[in-house]
Design a protein around this ligand. Structure first.
Ligand SMILES: [Zn+2]
Length: 340
């Protein structure tokens, strides 16, 4: 496994020091699987000031379609050939079709009755039950042999900087025969990796990172938690793999609870940095893909300039697909590791 980092340095004349030369380091890193590059640069202290979140969310429950007084009235239902009962429920959590679908089977699952839950109040049980509800839906689609029951994906956009338009915690749940770009690229690369090495890429990654130590966070049951070498996110990404699991359908209730538990550890650590937004997505193969290994990516989100709402993705990320991380993943790992 090759972790390739290309060190760079910029020399400029510093206006804060009588235009004396100043050397600023940065690094270009290549993802060991896809070769996609990430820039480690724009270093700053990994500490942000949280706004008054109670003020931010105040009043949003009055129009929230996911609150308990509205969710069963204003959300759509599945047609009878997909789900005769219309919606699925589990422990106050409700799953229904996405009213703005991006594929034939895109659904949304609420994470219970509570409208706003601060990051550190979100319990593993709540997340695990949301995952269980999504799995119930996926297993049903598989039983009815729906042609889109190939890749079973769950995403979570928490709070506005993540792209979420609704405060009420909810999961994006979709089954599709068209893997989204990043998943498709990873699976294609992992297939080539397996043909060349006769091993599964993510199994080799876990072995290498446990040996390296500086990006390893910990193990919870069958799940292994690692800082990503070449992250997409501006404050680093974390990957959690599940041993021996290829597709989402193979995850057990115990795995789901372990994944949820690890996520709450990350939330606690990022909360201490003042971060209150994140994205999370499942990356899973189909049931036939022995080159796949189930993993999720947790990626915190920030505002580059909170006072004017500047997001953390600009043209470099958006149009060139190049990511910028404001700290070395190994340094961020030290902060996260205190929770594992
Ligand atoms: Zn709500």
């Amino acid at each position: 496994m090759k972790f390739e980092a290309i060190p760079r340095e910029t020399v400029l004349l510093d206006p804060g020091n009588d235009m004396a030369p100043k050397n600023i380091p940065n690094e270009i890193r290549k993802d060991p699987l896809t070769g996609k590059t990430a820039r480690i640069c724009h270093f700053r202290e990994l500490k942000w000031k949280k706004p008054d979140l109670d003020k931010l969310v105040a009043g949003t429950e009055s129009w929230c379609p996911f609150c308990p007084d509205k969710v069963l009235k204003v959300t759509p239902c599945f047609p009878g050939d997909i789900l005769p009962e219309g919606r699925m429920t589990l422990a106050n959590k409700v799953l229904f079709p996405n009213i703005a679908p991006y594929d034939r089977l895109s659904a949304v699952a609420t994470l219970g009755n509570r409208h706003y839950i601060p990051l550190t109040d979100i319990e593993p049980r709540r997340i695990a039950d949301g995952f269980r509800l999504a799995l119930k839906y996926f297993r049903h689609l598989d039983e009815i042999k729906h042609p889109e029951s190939v890749y079973h994906l769950i995403s979570w956009n928490y709070m506005p900087a993540s792209g979420s338009s609704i405060i009420h915690p909810h999961l994006q749940v979709f089954a599709t025969s068209f893997a989204p770009n990043m998943l498709r690229e990873k699976l294609q690369a992992a297939k080539i990796y397996m043909a060349e090495n006769k091993t599964n890429y993510w199994d080799d990654l876990v072995t290498a990172e446990i040996k390296n130590r500086d990006r390893f966070l910990g193990k919870i049951g069958r799940t292994t938690w690692l800082s990503v070498f070449a992250p997409v996110g501006s404050v680093g990404d974390v990957i959690a793999t599940a041993d021996s699991v290829q597709s989402t359908l193979e995850l057990t209730d115990e795995d789901l609870f372990d994944l949820a538990t690890g996520m709450t550890k990350l939330m606690a650590a990022y909360d201490r940095m003042g971060i209150y937004n994140f994205n999370m997505s499942f990356f899973a193969g189909s049931q036939k893909d022995d080159h796949a290994r189930f993993h999720l990516i947790f990626s915190p989100r920030i505002y580059f300039n909170p006072s004017i709402g500047t997001p953390d993705v600009a043209s470099l990320g958006r149009l060139f697909g190049e990511s910028v991380c404001m700290g070395f993943p190994e340094e961020i790992n030290k902060v996260l590791k205190t929770e594992f």
